[in-house]
Design a protein around this ligand. Structure first.
Ligand code: UDP
Ligand code: MG
Length: 339
């Protein structure tokens, strides 16, 4: 009985590599390149061409299976991005696409892409539509994958972005580290993920998703590969300061309760301090000296008021997160899919 089920299982489970093989080799991995797009009409065609060309060289060099493809995720664009993707899909078998019903932000768009291709591939690379990351490095990613690495992180070698962006990213990584969130420094969303790691990702149901933290959290074998950042060739960055700040805040609060602990510690300190002050005032009164009047009363009121409101806000942030998790709404809604 046991043996027969084992055999039946072996017959039904797909091999680790070559999920959809039958292309240019039996054991070559099927690769999907997932590209999130928000209003990228100026770039998407050019990006598709470059990725397809590069993919062809990888196929010709027998590095990947011929069924490998590029998967564009349209994150609720209001321009003609989706029209262009549809058109590319009609003309090239390697171009596939997913249209989300509305803008859900890069994190969730990437998740939609990863989960969308999960059952069709052996490994996935995520890359930005502006190809600011050097796509040639994917070859090194694949080499690591062949050696059994499940998550390959692309790490920026040199960053010649505007100083404000450089500063915010420096601040972001150091804050995260300080708060005890485990992340890979100078790694954004450029990475290769094996199918096994995708299966693991599918088990994280959280609404407040911070992919960079989650991949570290899985614990599978991982390595980093350095790459050079290029400038955006057309269009504007879709990540304004506000989006970046909110990403940083989400990163910290979804992976660390250190801020809450700081609040508790700070509250304790103020409590001790006001205890000492009370004793001091009682002593002064007892000695018959006139208590220091207005300033001594009003300043602590303002100070404590401020501290309390600030920390209430912080606690509220976490409660807001819990609220969203409890509702467990879908993290993205698929509108259309092209395969
Ligand atoms: N993006 C997205 N949804 C958003 C914002 C951005 O899918 O809400 C995509 C965008 O189209 C691009 C990638 O995320 O492919 C990175 O964004 P961008 O290049 O604008 O930001 P930056 O490189 O400045 O961080
Ligand atoms: Mg960019």
């Amino acid at each position: 009985m046991g043996i027969t089920t084992d055999i039946a299982e072996q017959l039904t489970t797909k091999p680790q590599s070559g999920v959809a093989s039958g292309g240019n080799g039996p054991d070559l991995p099927v690769l999907a390149v997932v590209v999130p797009c928000l209003n990228e009409e100026l770039l998407v065609a050019q990006t598709a061409q470059r990725l397809i060309d590069f993919m062809q060289t990888l196929v010709d060099a027998t590095r990947i299976d011929d069924n490998s493809f590029v998967y564009f995720v349209d994150d609720g664009s209001s321009d003609s991005t989706w029209k262009i993707i549809e058109d590319l899909n009609r003309r090239n078998r390697r171009v596939k696409g997913l249209k989300l019903a509305r803008n859900v932000g890069t994190q969730n768009a990437l998740l939609a892409g990863l989960l969308g291709v999960k059952d069709r591939v052996d490994c996935v690379v995520t890359i930005d539509a502006d190809l600011q990351q050097d796509e040639q490095v994917i070859e090194t990613f694949l080499e690591k994958y062949r050696q059994g690495v499940h998550i390959v992180y692309g790490v920026r070698r040199r960053n010649d972005a505007a100083w404000l962006k450089r500063f915010t990213s420096w601040f972001f990584y150091n804050m995260l580290e300080l708060m005890g969130a485990r992340i890979i420094k100078h790694h954004s969303e450029y990475r290769l993920v094996s199918r096994k790691a995708l299966e693991a990702i599918a088990q994280y149901p959280e609404y407040n998703l911070f992919l960079r933290g989650i991949f570290v959290d899985i614990g599978y074998r991982s390595e980093s590969v350095a790459f050079d950042v290029r400038r955006r060739s057309a269009g504007r960055s879709k990540h304004g300061l506000r989006k970046l700040a909110s990403l940083a805040f989400d990163g910290i609060t979804s992976f660390s309760v250190v801020p809450l602990r700081i609040v508790t510690g700070f509250g304790l300190l103020i409590f001790l301090f006001s205890g000492i002050m009370t004793l001091f005032y009682l002593y002064e009164k007892f000695m018959g000296r006139t208590p220091p009047g207005w300033a001594g009363t009003v300043i602590p009121i303002y100070f404590l008021g401020g501290v309390q409101i600030m920390f209430l806000g912080l606690v509220g942030e976490y409660i807001g997160k819990i609220y969203k998790e409890v509702k467990a709404r879908p993290r993205f809604i698929k509108d259309e899919e092209l395969f």
